[in-house]
Design a protein around this ligand. Sequence first.
Ligand code: DGL
Length: 280
Amino acid sequence: MVSPTSPIGVFDSGVGGLTVLHELLVSLPSEDYVYLGDTARFPYGERTQAELKVFAAQIADHLLAAGAKLLVIACNAASSAALHSLQNHLQSIGSDVDVIGVIAPATQLAVAGSRSGRIGVLATRATVLSGAYATAVAAADPHVHLESVACPDLAPAIQSGFPFDEALVEMIRGYCAPLTEAEVDTVILGCTHYPLVAPMLQRALGRGVSLVSSGAGVARSVERALAARQRLNPRPGEGSYRFQCTAAPDRFREVGVRFLQLPFGAVELVNVAPVDMVAP
Ligand code: DGL
């Protein structure tokens, strides 16, 4: 049985979702958090929609068993494939835990902020192929044009860690070129890894283009969802946060500390899947 003092569960394929966790820790400091990076099956951007639905259900079951009172899918690829199937999964097991994804918060900010009505999205292949941003933008405003660019090599380059070099800058220039060509004034960072290279993206796109990421909007959605069920943690001070991943915990910690920009504790190695599902 969950209560206001239960933790919030947050997950991603790796360290990218730590950019969302960072916003949550700043916006809702009284909460406790458990973050899971499914590093054994990274990158999610090259997975099928069916695989991502299975992965999301396995991780949800794991985080519910850890007592989570709300789940945040801090990954665009998993949100675009599995938000609705996960909500159905939770309903089918009789859980009233809410699931918050990253697609709607980023879309709402971008559509509201664009003056020209021309928006770009940079995302993994899985997210672009899902059409989730195209659907969300059309639902928010059918007169907004969305230019989508799949960036298959970008999340793996960021996940592999620092230092960032000229080859990465060149890769980023290549992915941004179609958006400059399309004359967008707003670009959605449609992968939670990308805020980490925001300065390089901003330089390639130019100062006049607004970059939008999902973190702040996700934090507001989480706050509203918890308030609606009287599940906000009433403690006056700061809560705790802890980390789990499914492979290479030392590496996760080494890269993760730079993503979170906050102190980082130990990382626990966990298994969320049957053995034959772990290897790619
Ligand atoms: N961070 C994930 C996202 O937001 C993508 C990284 C991956 O390909 O696993 O889509």
